[in-house]
Write a protein of this length. Structure first.
Lengths: 282, 274
């Protein structure tokens, strides 16, 4: 066991790849724990999932246009952010406007994003794109600039939540009353969707676009089984995400397991364990 | 357009005899509302005076909740006029303390009682944390509903009656001129309800109350007068006679009948227990 830790710590010290992956995992768990908790209490996991999948459209488009028009600044990350924000705009508008068709519309955006992404990637000139790293994530491809980008995005997300915490909670608990006290539920719904989208973009690097939504929701759902205060759920979710990321990285490094899926698998295990360990409620 | 019904049937006038009549806090003139082609309220006129406790009763589907939504400015009347404190309901929103049914909320939502009450202060919050003053007001509101010491108690741990009292405290934290309650005793245990009743009975002496309810116990202990809403409105004095109650609550069948008649002949439905 000590060998195991020594090996991993050694790897963190000597292999920049592992170091950046570890840092990105820990930094992004702050964002994920906090935003994931809001997504869980607001019960919009399905929307988060749709945003995550539609990101492929932005990734595909950015790869295609950067190659066709030689635009080196147009990175997949930038495309992912643009696609995520576009999905937020469309999903937000559609769910507020056509409430009764909500699930159909969300499903359509989910599919449209993925289909567009696959088409763009198919027709992109040059060598074939490694689709797998987008779909399943590859935390080991994390660079120093990714860690910095993750940190910046994390700071933005955390500041927004800190500034608007009470209003976000109020519209999640009672939209109508918050509206009567001058808090625009629509504006804060969009804010929450935007925070979700930015977090999902962060996590796609770690867990890929299929599994990232699980990593957003499961730690918060696990924490919510042990606590009845949103602050505590957020803190718990941050710790659980960081634990899953770190343990997942260490174990996958040691035993040569695909990292992203294994991290998500650990999150699922923690969630399952919460049913066994769940505190008895009065 | 008809004149607002004068409050001649009040049992407990707040002012001594001969004092100038207090201004109407809420005034409704010829108010109508329809969801598409389905008319819910027709030519409704009434007024609520400062200090009055008015209970709104009537059969389901008669327009009680619609009336509350109009007062809150969540719906716009299709015809007529509604003023709250002389302003449009939308402008007067912050002067209203609204108490929805506590059962509407996710009982597992991770939130403490004080944080719910603080929502009544949201219009005083720009960003960040609530001010000290807001927290004091919220604590005092919890005190007033008999829940001091409950500040950190999670919503999920509270009984139905306690949850409803937290909702009342939240409305009080708005420092309202009018307290508007929507069926506060619906789905609440009878024994717990006594505490809620006590809270409301105490509040009635210091503010204007407009309460939608099916609970005739509540009507008799809180209400000064009763407004029966069934497409149209009619004021009753208290105590209600058994005959009146029967008429009010047996009107549903006639209501359906009138709806059909109206659909066929375009004949507007009248308040039928008059």
């Amino acid at each position: 066991m000590t060998d195991f830790f020594a090996d991993f710590i050694d790897a963190v010290k000597t292999v920049p790849l592992i170091r950046y992956a570890l840092l990105a995992g820990i930094v992004s768990s702050l964002t994920f724990g906090v935003v994931g908790s809001l997504v869980v209490v607001r019960q919009i996991g399905y929307v988060a999932s749709a945003i995550a999948h539609s990101i492929l459209g932005g990734i595909g488009a950015s790869v295609y246009y950067s190659r066709v028009y030689d635009l080196p600044w147009l990175t997949p990350m930038l495309g992912a952010i643009a696609a995520a924000l576009l999905s937020v705009a469309v999903i937000g508008w559609a769910t507020l406007k056509f409430k009764e068709r909500e699930d159909t519309i969300i499903g359509a955006i989910w599919a449209a994003g993925m289909a567009a992404g696959l088409l763009f990637l198919h027709y992109a000139p040059g060598k074939a794109v490694n689709l797998e790293s987008f779909i399943f994530g590859n935390i080991l491809l994390t660079s120093k600039s990714d860690v910095i980008a993750t940190l910046i995005l994390g700071v933005i997300v955390m500041s927004l939540v800190a500034l608007f915490y009470h209003k976000l909670v109020a519209v999640s608990f009672d939209e109508e009353f918050a509206g009567l006290r001058g808090v625009s539920s629509k504006a804060y719904y969009f804010l929450l969707l935007t925070l979700t989208a930015l977090s999902v973009v962060l996590m796609v690097r770690v867990a890929g676009l299929i599994l990232s939504q699980a990593l957003l929701i499961l730690p918060a759902a696990t924490a919510s089984r042990f606590s009845r205060s949103l602050w505590a759920i957020m803190a718990g979710a941050v710790v659980i995400t960081a634990l899953a990321n770190t343990a997942g990285l260490a174990l996958s490094y040691q035993y040569d397991i695909p990292t992203g899926p294994f991290i998500v698998f650990l999150a699922v295990v923690f969630y399952a364990l919460s049913f066994l360990l769940r505190r008895k409620r009065a | 357009m008809s004149e607002p019904t004068p409050c001649t049937q009040r049992l407990n006038p707040p002012d001594p005899a001969g004092a100038p009549h207090p201004p109407h806090l809420l005034e409704c003139r010829g108010l109508s509302f329809a969801y598409g082609r389905s008319r819910v309220l027709e030519d409704v006129s009434f007024a609520v005076h400062r200090g009055e406790s008015l209970c709104v009763i009537g059969p389901n589907g008669g327009g009680k909740s619609t009336l509350a939504k109009l007062v809150l400015g969540l719906l716009e009347p299709t015809a007529g006029q509604l003023t709250v404190l002389g302003k449009s309901p939308r402008e007067a929103r912050t002067a209203l303390g609204y108490v929805p049914q506590a059962m509407r909320f996710d009982p597992q939502f991770p939130i403490a009682a004080l944080d719910i009450v603080l929502m009544g202060r949201l219009n005083h919050l720009k960003v960040g944390a609530f001010s000290k003053k807001c927290r004091e007001v919220a604590r005092a509101a919890l005190d007033e509903v008999g829940l001091s010491g409950y500040e950190r108690r999670p919503f999920s741990d509270l009984s139905g009656g306690e949850r409803q009292r937290v909702m009342v405290a939240r409305a009080l934290a708005c420092e309202p001129e009018i307290l508007l309650l929507d069926e506060p005793t619906a789905n609440i245990d009878l024994s717990i309800e006594a505490q809620l009743l006590e809270t409301l009975a105490a509040l009635r002496h210091r503010m204007t109350i407009l309460m939608i309810t099916h609970d005739l116990d509540l009507v008799s202990s809180i209400g000064d007068s009763v407004l029966c809403v069934n497409h149209r409105v009619h004021r009753h004095s208290l105590p209600l006679s058994g005959e009146t109650i029967k008429e009010i609550y047996s009107s549903r069948r006639r209501l359906e009948h009138d709806r059909r008649a109206r659909d066929q002949h375009g004949d507007p439905c009248l308040c039928d227990h008059d």
